[in-house]
Design a protein around this ligand. Structure first.
Ligand SMILES: NC(=O)c1ccc[n+]([C@@H]2O[C@H](COP(=O)([O-])OP(=O)(O)OC[C@H]3O[C@@H](n4cnc5c(N)ncnc54)[C@H](O)[C@@H]3O)[C@@H](O)[C@H]2O)c1
Length: 256
């Protein structure tokens, strides 16, 4: 077999929430760049579908059905990656309560909705970072990429739990970058703008989607393919001296 080529040749990347459109696009692009991919996802059939998409693109993938909002699921994910591929170079924390979120005024949200959102979007992210840490520390290297959202900058109304969780991702990224720097591990975040995924289409009114497509410096809708280049950059050696940062990828809507 030929040696893999590409900007992530020889790397092993875990992507959580790999069954969503953004997670799947990252997995396929990482494989095209030479990485072996672990598709971690709550819904087993979606994990398998993403692994199949990676294989179709000529890559190698392991589907790991797991619930990353609990220690057991996060640790099982990291263990499966090491057992199959022997190392973990990249963790993309993409899993979130997003496609199933209920949009409502803040005074109508329930404690259960708030807690469920935080359990995946923040606690799960922390637990996944914790789960890969022993392996990355032993390697003396690693790259963690957390998905925030443009909503955290914009303060988008009608889903306060989600927006708050995505703002929390930025704080988590900054503080963790300082703690992980001593071990050669970088921690960064990407904040996508509204991206046309099946989850976004299910939760966002059509008029709003059309309005948003005209709201940035670049006036067109955003697709998962617009994001993957930034994920490759933060996973590759090109970003070795970049940590604690949040990169907004939204066609120039949020400028900060
Ligand atoms: N689409 C957008 O407009 C947009 C914008 C900004 C940020 N984001 C973020 O990008 C990411 C992907 O978004 P998407 O549009 O593909 O949404 P999505 O809802 O399709 O993807 C999220 C995936 O996470 C999985 N998941 C949920 N809970 C889990 C758990 N406990 N354990 C493991 N997996 C779990 C879901 O099953 C789903 O496949 C999310 O973090 C989302 O918040 C999306």
């Amino acid at each position: 077999m030929n040696e893999p080529t590409g900007r992530l040749a020889g790397k092993v990347a875990i992507v959580t929430g790999a069954g969503g459109d953004i997670g799947r696009a990252i997995c396929v692009r990482y494989a095209q760049e030479g990485a072996r991919v672990v598709a971690a996802e709550l819904r087993a059939e979606l994990a398998e579908a993403t692994a199949a998409a990676v294989r179709e693109a000529g890559g190698e993938a392991l589907a790991v059905p797991c619930d990353i909002s609990h220690t057991a699921g996060a640790e099982a994910m990291a263990r499966a990656a090491v057992e199959r591929f022997g190392r973990i170079d990249v963790l993309v924390n993409c899993a979130a309560i997003f496609g199933t979120i209920r949009r409502a005024p803040f005074y109508e949200l329930t404690e259960e909705e708030w807690d469920a959102c935080m359990a995946v979007n923040l606690r799960g992210m922390w637990l996944c970072c914790k789960a890969v840490f022993p392996t990355m520390r032993a390697q003396g290297s690693g790259k963690i990429i957390n998905i925030s959202s443009g909503t955290a900058f914009w303060g988008s109304p009608q889903f306060l739990h989600y927006v708050t969780s995505k703002a929390g991702v930025i704080g988590l990224t900054r503080a963790l970058a300082r703690e992980m720097g001593d071990y050669g591990i970088t921690v960064n975040a990407i904040a996508p703008g509204l991206t046309l995924t099946s989850a976004a289409l299910a939760t966002t009114p059509r008029e709003y989607l059309e309005q948003r497509a005209q709201a940035g410096a670049l006036k067109r809708p955003q697709h998962p393919s617009d994001l993957v280049g930034a994920f490759v950059y933060l996973a590759s050696a090109d970003s070795d001296f970049v940590t604690g940062q949040t990169l907004v990828v939204d066609g120039g809507r949020v400028l900060w």
